[in-house]
Design a binder for this molecule. Structure first.
Ligand code: NAD
Length: 275
């Protein structure tokens, strides 16, 4: 059955791929993004391929913006059945320069070099807000359409670093841990009104967000990129398309008794102890 599916951050790499895959299944798609042009581009692509989609500008950090976006979605496509909370990401201000603190780091005055002691609370706050508040607010706005209706669900996007934090990115790891925790909390909270809540925990996908961390300008792996591949039993980065199967399952009737799960899609990264 055709559903109205709202995806935030769907002008981006991963969720635009999910938007296109869900459109191919016959669902009506609302592509929400802070970047209206990116949202419109994805919606146009879906429509040109015979699907139904609209691009909508929305800031997941501002409730008024989300309420306005919901009105646009309701008028154009109808009530929301499924919400995918895809907007998220990291920020350099919440990231240390080195994986471990060394004594000599305290003397390092290289421009831009950051130890744990230099982390900017505003950077940390930005990352927590974008990932956690940016999941909570769209849920408050769009899940109202779902209460008491059949076949509704929410899919959050957590991350591998929610299970075990990655070095250098304490804010992003903590914020995604909050998203996983919230997924379980919300699954319980919404269990009596027919809304299932689950999450994907993608491993390492080469996207604009992390390209400069993982590869050099010439496309070689950085030391960090190399470590990731060595710690990923399947020996490669994921492709955005690797998220499609689990998304279709979690948004469909085949998972009607599944709620509160966070599914790793990581080539075995989280299963591997490193030895
Ligand atoms: P991306 O940067 O390509 O897409 C994110 C999108 O969110 C962008 O289009 C951006 O414009 C939009 N956005 C940013 N701030 C926003 C705001 N305030 N309101 C609305 N939209 C906003 O990133 P991606 O790699 O496609 O990541 C999608 C999700 O997957 C994110 O939550 C990310 O944290 C998560 N994730 C990514 C990876 C990876 O390896 N790329 C791994 C694990 C989890």
């Amino acid at each position: 059955m055709s559903k109205v599916i709202v995806l935030t951050g769907a002008g981006g790499v991963l969720c635009s791929t999910l938007a296109k895959a869900l459109a191919k299944e016959g669902h009506k798609i609302a592509v929400l993004d802070l970047r209206k042009e990116a949202a419109d581009t994805i919606a146009s692509e879906i429509n040109a391929n015979g699907g139904v989609a609209i691009g909508v500008e929305a800031n997941v950090l501002e409730k008024a913006s989300l309420i306005a976006a919901k009105q646009v979605v309701n008028d154009a496509l109808g009530a929301c059945d499924i919400l995918i909370n895809g907007a998220g990401g990291n920020h350099p201000l919440g990231t240390t320069s080195n994986p471990h603190l060394l004594e000599e780091d305290l003397e390092n005055d290289t421009d831009g070099f950051k130890t744990f002691f230099d982390l900017d609370p505003n950077g940390i706050k930005f990352v927590f807000d974008l990932n956690f508040i940016g999941t909570l607010l769209p849920t408050q706005v769009f899940a109202k359409d779902m209460v008491g209706k059949k076949g509704c669900s929410i899919l959050n996007i957590s991350s591998m670093n929610a299970f075990t934090p990655l070095t250098k990115i304490p804010a992003y790891s903590g914020a995604k841990a909050a998203v996983s925790n919230f997924t379980q909390w919300l699954a319980v909270h919404f269990s009596k009104v027919g809304i299932r809540v689950n999450a994907l925990a993608p491993g390492f996908f080469l996207t604009d967000q992390n390209r400069t961390l993982l590869t050099t300008e010439t496309g070689e792996l950085t030391p960090r990129g190399n470590t990731i591949i060595e710690q990923t039993p399947m020996g490669k980065f994921g492709e955005p398309e690797d998220l499609i199967g689990t998304t279709l399952w979690l948004c469909g009737e085949g998972s009607s008794f599944v709620t509160g799960v966070v599914i790793p899609i990581d080539g075995g990264f989280s299963a591997f102890s490193g030895v």
